[in-house]
Design a protein around this ligand. Structure first.
Ligand code: ARG
Length: 563
């Protein structure tokens, strides 16, 4: 049974509001003694011309209380107390019978959503900022898919632009082929940096770079071959990282994919009469919107990042007919996306309103002792490996006989990093701190993973649970609070979708894990006072583990059965 729906229906019988509006207004009070669901009457006060507390009192007198222990009015609020026994039984049985599907729905059925995420640049390191995008994008993908939306994950690779001309030039002069095969991105980065250093002394190098890019654009065999090689080598490295993270994409159509689609878009902009000339370049003016112009073509005729994004947006609408198009990209590109969406709107595309820039903050490091291969750039692979290693050390110390130690350390170590990214409001900067991130108590990945493994260990010890369960045995405050948390899973997911904020799911998982630990610390499960109590508590443990597992999946983490 869906109690929130039931509350909404009971209220609907008494007031003139849409069911959906009522559902949105319903709150979960912070404390059980204030009820399990509350309906605020402020909104009704205008139409009914009555004080909210009077309205609350009126409804209370009329409302059908069937299925509830009681309904009370407190000030402007109408508080519903669920029938605890029915609620407990319903919730636990629902979680267990739905299993991996608990929390899911079909509300998004038939709607396509494109999600542009990760999108690293070829020949450049996959850095900690790209992991931010990868973690959020992947989580939104999982979250939206769980509600029936058809998601299309797009890795908009940075695989085109004048930098590739420079790279070809640098390759011909300085590349060490052996190093390129062994550690491709490191070598490509080395020669790219060298190119810039040398170009400061000898500006003619820039012309050479431009010349090679022109050749690449014109499809000259040698240049295209080199570019393809850089791309293949880089992708191979990126895919290692994706495999570690368990992240997949439906499309790897990067910037170069739009090469042959750019002329049409430029033509379309021109036909609209909004393409103007400015210092030799072709631009769309946006002063009216307090923004600098959106450059479409540079003075030398080359297209830019924005042009390719215009082509990509149009292509995505045509190809996927999205209901929403999401771009998970750092906050530093906010202006770019505002310009992009405004230009699309000026082109007459009303669907520009369904394009959303899902921005995120910066990543900083509390302790500098991170292995960097070159300058300030932190290679993500190194970061993940370091995390796995540190967890392995802990396991070796605390549980040296554990089977599959490496596998377990991998899941916990990588999970700890991803969890850190998804723990707070995405626009908040992240400060990486090993000690905090890898702690087993605190609001961390390892803490949640450990709670799950602890639950699983109890269930293994107890063996199979058979026969009817007397849920009235679950009558403590800790038990009821936990059950209430379990019931709120779908709401947490819907909140996350509403704000495109995975952290609302992460917070929820933390709440469940904390509730579980409170319950665990207050009550003996295996050695309960009687068999019936033990059975009911084990059911609660089983349901809790299921919810933690489902929740972690939505933020891209896998559970471990033992640790
Ligand atoms: N490659 C870009 C970067 O690393 C991100 C691309 C984001 N996606 C987009 N459609 N512009 O900054």
């Amino acid at each position: 049974m869906d109690y929130k729906k039931l509350v909404a229906e009971r209220i609907k019988e008494n007031v003139d509001l849409e069911l959906e509006t009522i559902e949105k207004l319903i709150e979960i009070p912070p404390q059980s003694r204030m009820g399990d669901y509350a309906f605020p009457c402020f909104q009704l006060s205008k139409t009914l011309r009555k004080a909210p507390n009077m309205i609350a009192q009126d409804i209370k007198e009329k409302v059908n209380q069937d299925g509830f222990e009681k309904v009370e009015n407190l000030g402007p609020y109408l508080n519903f107390f669920v029938d605890k026994l029915a609620f407990t039984k319903n919730t636990i049985e629902k979680v267990i019978s739905k299993g991996d599907k608990y929390g899911s729905s079909e509300i998004g059925k038939g709607k396509n959503i494109t999600i542009d995420y990760s999108s690293p640049n070829i020949a450049k390191p996959f850095h900690v900022g790209h992991l931010f995008s990868t973690a959020i994008g992947n989580s939104l993908y999982q979250i939206l898919s769980s509600q029936g939306y058809n998601c299309i994950g797009i890795n908009h690779l940075g695989d085109w632009g004048t930098q590739f001309g420079k790279l070809i030039s640098a390759y011909k002069k300085w590349c060490d082929d052996e190093a390129l095969e062994k550690d491709p991105i490191k070598e490509l980065l080395r020669i790219y940096v060298k190119f810039h250093d040398e170009a400061e002394k000898d500006p003619s190098l820039e012309d050479e770079g431009r010349m090679y890019f022109k050749k690449l654009e014109d499809g000259c065999e040698e240049e295209v071959k080199l570019w393809q090689r850089f791309k293949d080598l880089s992708l191979k490295e990126f895919k290692n990282v994706y495999e570690m993270l368990g992240v997949e994409f439906d499309s790897y159509a990067g910037e170069s994919f739009y090469n042959d689609k750019m002329d049409d878009v430029i033509q379309e902009i021109d036909d609209k009469g909004i393409l103007v000339e400015s210092n030799g370049a072709k631009v769309v003016m946006l002063d009216e919107y307090n923004m600098p112009p959106c450059i479409i073509k540079k003075a030398d005729g080359a297209t830019i990042y924005a042009t390719r994004d215009l082509a990509a947006a149009t292509y995505r609408k045509k190809n996927y007919d999205f209901a929403k198009s999401i771009y998970v990209v750092g906050m530093d590109q906010s202006l770019h996306f505002k310009q992009l969406f405004t230009t699309l709107k000026l082109m007459g595309h009303d669907w520009a309103d369904s394009c959303k820039h899902v921005a995120f903050g910066l990543v900083r490091f509390a302790d500098k002792k991170l292995s960097t291969r070159k300058g300030d750039v932190i290679f993500l692979e190194d970061l993940l490996n370091e995390s796995i290693e540190k967890i392995l050390e802990v396991i070796n110390e605390k549980n040296p006989d554990l089977e599959n130690k490496e596998e377990t350390a991998k899941k916990i170590g990588i999970g700890a990093v991803v969890f850190t990214y998804l723990k707070n409001n995405r626009e908040k900067d992240i400060v990486f701190d090993w000690k905090e991130m890898l702690s087993f108590d605190g609001e961390t990945g390892p803490y949640v993973q450990y709670s799950y493994a602890r639950g699983k260990s109890i269930l293994r010890k107890a063996g199979e649970i058979t026969g009817d369960v007397d849920y009235s045995k679950l009558n403590s405050i800790e038990e009821f609070e936990l059950i209430k948390s379990l019931e709120g899973f779908n709401k947490a997911i819907l909140d996350a979708i509403d704000r495109l904020e995975p952290f609302m799911v992460t917070r929820y998982i933390i709440e469940v894990a904390k509730g579980f630990n409170k319950f665990y610390n207050a009550h003996n499960i295996i050695n309960s006072q009687d068999e019936e109590t033990k059975k009911a508590r084990l059911k609660l443990v089983e349901a809790t583990c299921q919810v933690i597992k489902n929740g972690l999946k939505l933020i891209g983490l896998e559970v471990v059965e033992k640790m």
